[in-house]
Design a protein around this ligand. Sequence first.
Ligand code: IMP
Ligand code: MG
Length: 173
Amino acid sequence: MDVGKVLYNKEEIDNRVRKLADIISRDYRGCELMLVCVLKGAFVFTADLIRHMSIPCIVDFVRIASYGSGKVSSGEIIIKKDVEIPVAGKDILIIEDIIDTGRTLSLLAARLRERKPKSLKICALLDKRYRREVEFEADYVGFTPDEEGFIVGYGIDFDEKWRFLPDICVIEE
Ligand code: IMP
Ligand code: MG
């Protein structure tokens, strides 16, 4: 298993993240925005995104178990680390690395909605639309890759490897 081609290089990522931060900042002007970063994969994306925002926001983290060390979604999701800041009454934006089958985010969104946030939206860096198994749409999407392959880099791993890569790449079998 090795890193194959670059899907999006760091300049492309930087431009897209800046653009997303602009759109989100405009949409949430005057709101009490709380970003909920889904660990670990979204940590680099979240760190870049908040630094390009032009409105104040607070950040918290969740950690969900869904993939383990394999490459297929188990369909079972456990919140291993919950947010520490109460969600009730706040404008919540979940920041995720990748939407694949859609199971992880639809379950997380449902759990957080039970806590009565003022609003809840989803921002995903990558949306593998062709892989969707449950109906699910993100509100903000960085990239929509149309080719198949397992993605790593820019915080995203395969079995904890390759998170450090500055580009978004596909791994070769
Ligand atoms: P879903 O529940 O099938 O939508 O799975 C989403 C989760 O699977 C994301 O949080 C990712 O961590 C992980 N995932 C899906 N595809 C990839 C990939 O290509 N590379 C790394 N992680 C992935
Ligand atoms: Mg993940």
